[in-house]
Design a protein around this ligand. Sequence first.
Ligand SMILES: Nc1ncnc2c1ncn2[C@@H]1O[C@H](COP(=O)(O)OP(=O)(O)OP(=O)(O)O)[C@@H](O)[C@H]1O
Ligand SMILES: [Mg+2]
Length: 234
Amino acid sequence: MITISNLKAGYGKLEILHDISLTFAERQFSAVLGPNGSGKSTLMKAIMNLNTVFGGSIQLRERALIGEPTEAISRLGIAYVPQRENIFDELSVLENLQLGARVLPKDERPTALKELREIFPILGRRGAQQAVTLSGGEHQMLAIAIAWLSKPSIMLLDEPSAGLAPAIATDVFRVLLELREQGITLIVVEQNARRVLQYCDYAFVLREGMLVFQGSAEECLRDEETIKSYLGVH
Ligand SMILES: Nc1ncnc2c1ncn2[C@@H]1O[C@H](COP(=O)(O)OP(=O)(O)OP(=O)(O)O)[C@@H](O)[C@H]1O
Ligand SMILES: [Mg+2]
């Protein structure tokens, strides 16, 4: 469980997130929604200590994360898949996966890579291919797979379905549901509210750096008018 209280964060001296308080529940699939520039990626970066925090607290269960090096936060079991530059383009798919597996003890790596091929079958067939040549969906699967290899208890995914055709986005969400079945807590930034609400348990809506709405997926779908007005979509 990640608990954020009165978080103010941004870049340099610029405050982007204003007084955010929320809890990402354990083993749930939480979505972070909001229009462009509302601070969704900034929230993920704040959890990973990749920007400036001006105040408030971020706790992983009882442990304070603010000020911890990003490496240490990853070692606590939080894997982050950024919105961009989330794989090594010039390496092959297999090399990317082997790099991802390096955080595991040596004797666990073969089993993890084997299990990975069951969750992400498409990658098994693409091992020798240079990562830059992957399709959009394969690219996202690879980025998620690399993060999964560190055996995280929490995964932060920044727009994993952006730019994908609807059928391919569905494949990505199916994989995410499987990861949640494994007990992984998912925190997923998504532009397409209607789509992610079909899969997530709970959603948070940001607007101009503030938390303006939260509720279960069902509540959000029932209250679609509110969501629409918050997100500015029609
Ligand atoms: N490195 C940075 N330096 C300064 N300002 C930044 C930086 N990164 C983002 N911002 C600003 O912070 C605000 C929030 O950006 P953020 O990337 O968190 O939005 P977002 O909700 O993820 O948007 P999108 O849906 O387009 O990805 C924007 O106004 C953006 O210009
Ligand atoms: Mg973003």
